[in-house]
Design a protein. Structure first.
Length: 413
């Protein structure tokens, strides 16, 4: 992003594109279709995996080991994956990741169909999947700006995020039905097939000319130099770290403990609240491009953070399932809007030659914060209550919003 982009008005006078304008572009349609199908496959696999591991008699330690391998590999490959995408092209990295995941899942599906897969096999597949996802995400986030004009980028991100969120909603029921009616291994096969389809979609994308370099003269040629030169990017990294270390543990640990302790909620209530969160994210992410076009993005980001912090702090004190579901749906909607705005901003900040690496650094921070968040939630719950975790998370959002107010580059975005 040039200095004018970072410190001047974010929106010049230009025609407002349709929220669905990116779908007029064949390559973008193909990309979104392939990625959505692979996400759906991932959700199907996510449901099947515990049944494969626990059904094989490995107990929860086997599941923990597999997921730990996945998480560590994902953190380790995010930044190298971005560097490879900048060097060899985003599509090449995405294609390699999809083919590797297809092969790994195919071997696991065959092993599960024949009997009991070895624990080592499960762990290795988890590591392969984590490594490929870590490399894939920065590449995916860097390919969209090459497929649509810059003016359509917010709408494109909005559509892409909405499609993936929809896959996140419909995938688990499909996986649950396959496991219940047939067996876990067909669900693994579905995920393997989804990566094969995604690879074919990537091959079907026409070659596109390189994105014009938006970097100003004398811009830093390395990722470290870019980070040093961009206060806006550093602000986003700080936001990512603070929010990441609080949100995951709040939703994955504190919320189920809170619902379990309340007779009016219980396990079913937790399921409904998570569904409301997902529906809210789908609505917010899908409409963000249209709702925010023509407006300064920075003040919207700051206001969204502040309001979300207040809502999260209030969740433990909302009575009844319906009011809590409405609150979590609103939280999800604001999160969806925030995801689109931040992704679009970070795609526009660096020069194209550093785009995937810049996305890889953000992804690495995001991935690394999740286990820390879960650990922090466990510590807070050990010494306090679920409400305390929600309050701390609300304070975290408020602190990030305050940092945004203090950041001139974000205010003027």
């Amino acid at each position: 992003m040039s200095a004018d982009h970072e410190t001047g008005p974010a929106n010049d006078v230009e025609a407002r594109p349709s929220p669905f304008a990116p779908f007029r572009r064949r390559d973008f349609r193909v990309l979104v279709a392939g990625q959505s199908l692979s996400t759906l496959g991932d959700m199907v696999y996510l449901v099947a995996l515990p049944f494969v591991i626990l059904g094989a008699g490995y107990a929860t330690s086997g599941l923990s080991l597999t997921l730990t391998g996945f998480g560590l590999a994902r953190v380790a490959t995010a930044l190298p994956g971005g560097a490879l995408a900048d060097r060899f092209g985003a599509r090449a990295v995405m294609l390699g990741a999809d083919l590797a995941r297809c092969a790994a899942l195919t071997t696991l599906a065959v092993a599960a169909a024949r009997g009991t897969p070895a624990l080592g096999h499960l762990v290795v597949v988890g590591i392969v999947l984590g490594a490929c996802e870590g490399a894939h995400i920065p590449a995916y986030r860097s390919i969209t700006p090459a497929l649509v004009p810059d003016v359509e980028l917010p709408a494109a991100n909005s559509l892409g995020i909405a499609a993936n969120l929809f896959a996140n909603v419909v995938g688990p029921p499909i996986g649950g039905a396959l496991v219940a009616l047939v067996a876990p291994w067909p669900a693994i096969g579905v995920d393997a097939a989804s990566f094969a389809v995604s690879a074919l979609a990537l091959l079907a994308i026409h070659r596109t000319p390189g994105t014009p370099d938006r970097a100003p003269a004398g811009a830093a040629g390395s990722l470290l130099g870019f980070v040093r030169s961009s206060p806006l990017y550093r602000t986003v990294l700080l936001m990512t770290a603070v929010l990441g270390v609080s949100v995951g543990g709040t939703l994955e640990v504190a919320l189920p403990v809170l619902t379990r302790a309340r007779p009016d909620l219980g396990a079913a209530g937790y399921g409904w609240l998570m569904a409301a969160l997902g529906i809210g994210m789908l609505g917010g992410g899908g409409s963000a491009g249209a709702l925010t076009h023509g407006r300064r993005q920075g003040p919207i980001v700051i206001a969204t953070l502040a309001v979300n912090g207040g809502l999260l702090a209030a969740v433990p004190h909302v009575g009844g399932l319906l009011p809590m579901a409405a609150t979590t749906a609103l939280i999800g909607a604001l999160d969806g809007v925030l995801a689109v705005l931040v992704m679009t901003a970070t795609q526009r900040m660096p020069p194209p030659r550093l785009l995937a690496r810049a996305q890889g650094l953000i992804s690495m921070v995001t991935f690394a914060m999740f286990p820390l968040s879960v650990a922090a939630a466990g510590l807070v719950l050990h010494h306090g209550s679920p409400a305390a975790m929600f309050h701390l998370t609300g304070l975290g959002f408020a602190a990030v919003a305050a940092c945004g107010v203090a950041s001139r580059s974000l205010r003027r975005l």
